[in-house]
Design a protein around this ligand. Sequence first.
Ligand code: GDP
Ligand code: IMO
Ligand code: MG
Length: 428
Amino acid sequence: MPAIAVVGTQWGDEGKGKVTDLLGADMDYVVRYQGGNNAGHTVVTPDGTKYAIHLVPVGILTPGVVPVIAGGVVVDPKFLIAELDELSAGGVDVSNLKLSADAHLIMPHHRALDRVVERYLGSSRIGTTGRGIGPTYADKVARMGIRVQDLLDPGILTAKLEAILREKNQILVKVYNRKAIDPAAVAEEYLGYAERLKPYIADTRLLLNKALEAGKNVLLEGAQATMLDVDHGTYPFVTSSNPTTGGACVGTGIAPGKITTAIGIIKAYTTRVGSGPFPTELHDEYGEFLLKRGGEYGVTTGRRRRCGWFDAVLGRYAVRVNGITDLFVTKLDVLSELKRVPICVGYEIDGEVFEDMPMTQTDVHHAKPVYEYHDGWWEDVSECRKFEELPANAQAYIARLEELCGARVSVIGVGPGRDENVIRHPLI
Ligand code: GDP
Ligand code: IMO
Ligand code: MG
């Protein structure tokens, strides 16, 4: 079986964790391919246990699955060890984890720079998670990164740290008035992590390609989302990696043709954490309604998520950019009890209406949503399991999303639990 990608279509937190967990039972490998511990993926197992997973793939919760952290991920080793320890303490077997030797390491100077740069940006800040993600990717591209494989060679690790911190300390001390970081202390700390992580380190590119050649099932678990993609999102208010399906190829070393199913996770409305444009954002009682009923608080930072109506311009864009074959609409249950449910079908910019994403960020900032209003439904839909069981107006809402986005809606989430779904077309 070819590889399957699960990608976020909006600004993150669409429910990728739940969907990955749902599909996990049919998978041999579940792979994180980009991002790091900026992600927060929630899984609610059938016995009601709730997990908030940040760095490891959600597949770690499924017995028999090999969880893989591929080379495109940035890894904070201290965080990884803590997450593995916490999962182990909860009875999860983490021994199968594979960690790419190519993954870049988040270092203390990355965390320090992430926070201090945001502080200096003031009102122009991105609102990052402060976990060192951006600076780590920046150093990777600048060829100044330290990789997981460097943990296996103390000489290289020490030499790299000395060279890199010579420059970074100048910046930390002279530009940002912070304390210098001692390379010897960091080398000692990281060599301690090396001892713990050694058993997991692997050539995941080879492993995954061999798995595909042997007909195994591989799920590529996206973190963040299309509109946070550094190339395709609302730059500069984005993360520093490529959550889109193209990023899954780059981050794993799996060729594009091997990914034949791309499942786009899309909330029945829209949310965003951090700064940046958000055309359908609501600042009224309806925004409060979505926040409260949807429980829209960040899993990683606890921040209140900004909430707004469904944006079909964005949905259509995500379907195109990712080659989405199936949409999984989550949180339809949150929309019950609304008299009417608006859908944004276009953007009005300087008196002109656009149906597709504008070319420039200035236009996105100026975009005013053009709404189409649909009659709402009062019924609680959380017990529905078949499309026909949904209220007629909810069915019409989904049919319209499907039409506007240009991809079939295969599953509809009606609750946070693994089985709380209306399945129209099986995903695998
Ligand atoms: P992720 O980052 O994409 O994995 O999403 P998060 O876990 O950050 O946020 C999604 C939230 O919605 C979590 O609290 C999930 O438990 C919850 N969730 C997912 N699907 C549904 C659904 O269909 N209905 C409801 N009510 N909650 C859902
Ligand atoms: P999941 O996988 C929502 C946002 C941050 C900030 C921007 C850049 O749970 O969907 P970063 O720390 O990555 O440099 O921050 O990206 N962000 C997310 N928003 N869900 C996420 O992950 C996010 N990961 C990063 O809030 O605006
Ligand atoms: Mg999340």
